[in-house]
Design a protein around this ligand. Structure first.
Ligand code: G16
Length: 546
């Protein structure tokens, strides 16, 4: 395959004159937006090659999700809406880091290695979030696709999961209508159908805590999730009364003291949302692929309902519906090291559902979830979904054609779920369906199990690439001195504290994350501090020592 001269011409415009090395991390390339124009041009090229290789539509999403507003990023999406296969991540890193002179050669190598021929016109589905930098980066990505003679399907400003949905539908029309309206219609219609068959929502004195209540505060992180919800909320208001805050209309700073990441990490109510006892709130992140709930009880105490709480709610519901429908399908849950130990114990011991552990990043969880007939995967930070195998889908469809209400409910729930990737909006609608089906208030949901106290902190180091981990990131193998020091700490100062801790480098931010869990909050605080100091001292900490 010969490259068009446009590649050479455009690569001058998007010249790689940086010293910086880029690497395709947990969710693609993510860094300061100002450094990314050349990377976006090159990811446009790579997406076009991937499309030619697969002879299918490929997705390209411009977002840095939960990161601060000054960052941006890009991730590529494979034909069925899943994250791009890992074997192409190395290609992405080579293309992003090639000098201008090397670029054509690197592209030629990919074409040869992947047996790409010129006979398919590349089709790349592009979406972007609300960041100011996303427009310029969008133009660069479009130039990259067009430089290889590819066509762009422009979705505009959309949530990340909507982009994944669009890619899936473009390649598999049976999944839904390949338009932004198609996505909205599918979720709205399925949600209304499910809620119209459910128990009527009752009203009571402390609605959000004691019984199911249709009122829900929505925290949009000042991002694109608020824009999408503004389209959907009026259409579902007969079943769910959403009040949108931090709605992304330009009045607040993206992800700043609000949104799913802030709420999960700080374990506190988002700013910009009225904090009234008895109220409940759902927070999504900057590109609406993560979701967590919070509520304030009658005494004014704050409670977080994170991804683990959502996962356990969903697993319990699916298990019950499968049993009622008489369907013997293998249901399983996939979590990461961040999962609260109490949630894992609840699913294993009380629900008797198997739990697997994967590395952070939905691509890893998704892959492991494929081993079940119905795989639920959720990160504690609220990123997750449910995937159904072909045989499970067929069994549910067949059962739903009988008069089994549970099977029909399962079939509708499957339609409500965005199986391509974690989707905050689809997930929150699913949570509402389950809570209403059970007639549960937030306290009922919360009472399923009690979280172990936990804390997530970050440490800045000179070079986070020196960190290596194993055992689904639960143990750190490099720097070599670190894990023995952590083990020593656990076996001395925290021997009777049911303590657990681990260290891993972030794949989306330039820092190292430390997770600590223990029997009491004071143990957790102390453990997080001690481990942070070990990281700082043994792994080249920079800035102020914790
Ligand atoms: C991304 C990934 C998530 C991951 C999160 C944090 O989320 O999609 O799977 O948990 O980053 O990753 P890390 O700890 O490596 O920085 P998002 O919502 O930012 O796209």
């Amino acid at each position: 395959m010969e490259f068009r001269s446009d590649v050479i011409t455009c690569s001058g415009k998007y010249s790689n004159n940086q010293q910086k090395l880029f690497s395709y991390g947990t969710a693609g390339f993510r860094t300061k937006a100002d450094d990314l124009e050349t990377v976006l041009f090159r990811m446009g090229l790579l997406a076009a090659l991937r499309s030619k290789a697969k002879k299918a539509h490929i997705g390209l999403m411009i977002t840095a999700s939960h990161n601060p507003a000054c960052d941006n990023g890009v991730k590529l999406v494979d034909p069925y809406g899943e994250m791009m296969v890992e074997s192409w991540e190395a290609h992405a890193t080579h293309v992003a880091n090639a000098s201008d002179d090397e670029l054509a050669g690197v592209l030629h190598c990919i074409v040869t290695e992947e047996h790409i021929t010129a006979d398919h016109t590349a089709q790349v589905v592009i979406g972007r979030d609300t960041r100011p930098s996303s427009n310029t980066l969008h133009a660069a990505a479009v130039s990259g696709v067009e430089a290889l003679g590819g066509k762009v399907v422009d979705c505009g400003v959309v949530t990340t999961p909507l982009l994944h949905y669009r890619v899936r539908c473009a390649n598999d029309p049976s999944y839904g209508v390949a338009s932004n309206e198609g996505y909205t219609d599918k979720l709205v219609e399925t949600f209304l159908k499910l809620q119209s068959c459910a128990q009527p929502a009752t009203s009571c004195a402390q609605p959000a805590t004691s019984c199911y209540c249709q009122d829900l505060l929505f925290d949009g992180a000042n991002g694109v999730g608020g824009l999408q919800m503004a389209i959907m909320a009026p259409r579902i208001s007969q079943a769910l009364k959403l009040t949108i805050h931090n709605g992304g209309e330009g009045q607040g700073v993206l992800n700043y003291r609000c949104g799913a990441d802030f709420v999960k990490v700080s374990q506190s109510w988002p700013s910009g949302v009225p904090a009234t006892p008895g109220s409940r709130c759902v927070s999504v992140d900057g590109d609406a692929d993560r979701v967590v709930y919070s509520y304030i009880d009658e005494l004014g105490a704050y409670h977080l309902m994170d991804g683990d709480k959502i996962a356990t709610l969903v697993v319990g519901f699916l298990q019950e519906q499968l049993s009622e429908a008489g369907l013997a399908l293998r249901l399983g849950l996939v979590q990461t090291a961040y999962a609260n130990g109490a949630s894992t114990a609840y699913v294993n011991d009380s629900l008797k559902v198997p739990v697997g552990f994967a590395k952070t990043g939905v691509k890893h969880l998704h892959h492991m979830a494929l081993s079940f007939d119905i795989g639920v995967y959720f990160e504690a930070n609220g990123h997750g979904t449910v995937i159904f195998s072909d045989s499970a889908s067929a069994a549910i469809k067949e059962a739903a054609s009988t008069d089994s209400p549970a099977a029909r409910r399962l079939a509708a729930v499957k339609d409500l779920i965005n199986e391509t990737v974690g989707d905050a909006i689809s997930d929150l609608l699913l949570v509402e369906v389950i809570l209403r089906h059970r007639g549960w208030g937030m306290r009922d949901w919360d009472a399923q199990y009690h979280d172990m106290p936990n804390k997530l902190v970050t440490v800045r180091v000179a070079d986070r690439s020196v960190f290596e981990t194993t055992d689904a990131e639960r143990r750190c193998t490099q720097p070599a001195a670190l894990q023995p020091a952590i083990d020593d700490l656990l076996s001395t100062s925290f021997l009777h504290a049911r303590a657990r801790t681990f260290v891993r480098p972030s794949g989306t931010e330039d820092l190292v994350r430390v997770y600590a869990e223990a029997a009491t909050q004071s143990h957790v605080e102390e453990l997080a501090l001690q481990v942070s100091r070990l990281v700082f001292d043994l792994a080249g900490g920079v800035g102020e020592r914790p």
